[in-house]
Design a binder for this molecule. Structure first.
Ligand code: ZN
Length: 435
């Protein structure tokens, strides 16, 4: 089995190195934008857009005397990788499956945008089309492949090409596996390095634990397990909300796009990335603990994107419950349920464990004791009281137990896991109808 893992660290370049790195990511972004403009022309003419077509056009761009800096201040490999990224963005755009998923998520229709072509005509920028990158987005990256050829890691330093030389990074853990590629990125004024590694395992890993766990995701309690343990959420956003609101108020009083406005906006972006880092770190800790201790983890298959979107209301149905729901909205996004389920998925994959997604319908209304389904079972948010057999339990705990047994049902229906890889699937068993 092959294991691909990325290790991301904070990079600490010196002033000189920052200058070179900035010019490298700048030229990568420049090539993306130029190539996107070119491919939009091709799109208007119904020409075929693919990676080879686009990569071949880099030479023309480099030979243009106006863009002479591409020859002196860019990395050829990273430019090629950028263009390949663009090509895959286009192939996603042409993929009907991606469009179907996009339609399912029912994003609010936006005002149509238009892109001007060379001959003066305009074409509409359709959803999912690749977009132009701006410097102001403060989010830039470049990727180098064939790591061995151009780079090398020595202790807590990495050697980068183009005269950057050795750059220190904060090595918080050992890098395991063969480094295949390296991505240098810049976000909110910070530089990061990410090593993409590959490791071949002779045997498929076997999870050290034999236990299984049902997990119920909630707002006030992030996780309630079928072992009746709860994990509190880390409301990184809530804690920083006051600070953020203050900064945003101050920003609104400044002249739009003035130097002061830009400085202040940068502060807000830094706070946003700080919040995201806290949440990310916490979720990693929680999911690692769960994944280490349980071979099989059963979660609800939540359409999180749908849940959080429905709260903002539809065009016809504006205003109903919007306020109450938008509170829920913020909490869901703050806790990052989707991110957590993804993390559990790949961590179980590495350890040889399993994540099963089950149908979330009625898990909170079904009695774990007698399987009776009724709305009346759950009169309050916290307490579960079965109207048929009088079973009383914590509502979230009852749900977690139901989720676990639904997971076992999936597993026995599929005849166990013989493929040596985690199966991610949904239940298809029918349940009795709700009274
Ligand atoms: Zn019951």
């Amino acid at each position: 089995m092959k294991i691909n893992k990325a290790y991301k660290f904070r990079l600490s370049p010196n002033a000189e190195q920052v200058v070179i790195l900035t010019s490298l990511v700048d030229s990568a972004r420049f090539v993306w934008n130029e190539m996107l403009a070119l491919s939009l022309e091709m799109f208007a003419k119904n020409e075929f857009i693919n990676a080879i077509n686009l990569v071949n056009k880099i030479v023309g761009l480099k030979n243009n005397p106006e863009f002479a800096f591409l020859k002196s201040r860019s990395n050829a490999v990273s430019l090629q990788q950028k263009v390949r990224d663009l090509a895959s963005a286009w192939s996603r755009f042409f993929d009907p499956k991606v469009h179907a998923r996009f339609k399912e998520s029912k994003k609010k229709p936006r005002k149509p945008k238009f892109v001007k072509l060379l001959d003066g005509t305009e074409i509409q920028h359709r959803p999912l089309m690749p977009q132009f990158k701006r410097n102001a987005d403060r989010c830039d990256s470049m990727r180098l492949v064939q790591f061995d050829k151009y780079c090398r890691v020595e202790g807590n330093r990495v050697k980068l090409p183009n005269g950057v030389g050795f750059v220190k990074f904060r090595k918080s853990q050992e890098i395991v596996g063969i480094i295949k590629n390296v991505t240098i990125s810049k976000k909110s004024g910070q530089w990061y390095v990410s090593f993409g590694t590959e490791r071949e395992l002779l045997q498929n890993p076997i999870h050290p634990s034999k236990s299984s766990l049902g997990v119920d995701l909630g707002i006030t309690k992030l996780i309630t397990t079928s072992e009746n343990k709860t994990i509190k959420p880390k409301n990184s956003f809530k804690a920083n909300q006051v600070k953020l609101a203050k900064l945003q108020r101050q920003l609104s009083r400044k002249v739009l796009f003035s130097q002061n406005w830009k400085k202040h906006n940068h502060k807000i972006q830094k706070l946003h990335s700080h919040i995201a880092n806290i949440r990310h770190d916490y979720l990693h800790k929680v999911t690692t603990t769960i994944s280490k201790n349980h071979a099989m983890i059963v979660v609800e298959d939540l359409k999180i994107a749908n849940m959080s979107r429905s709260a903002s209301g539809t065009m016809e149905n504006k205003g109903r419950n919007v306020r109450a729901k938008s509170g829920l909205n913020k909490s869901i996004l703050d806790q990052g349920w989707g991110m957590m389920i993804d993390m559990l998925g790949y961590k179980q994959h590495w350890r040889g464990g399993l994540v099963i997604k089950v149908n979330p319908n009625y898990t909170s209304q079904t009695c774990f004791n007698c399987k009776h389904v009724a709305k009346e079972n759950r009169r309050t948010q916290v307490k579960f009281e079965c109207v048929k057999c009088m079973y009383v339990a914590n509502a979230d705990f009852n749900a977690a137990c139901n989720i676990l047994s639904a997971g076992h049902a999936v597993l026995s229906a599929e005849g166990g896991c013989g493929k040596g890889r985690p199966m991610i699937q949904k239940t298809c068993d029918s349940r009795e109808e709700v009274a």
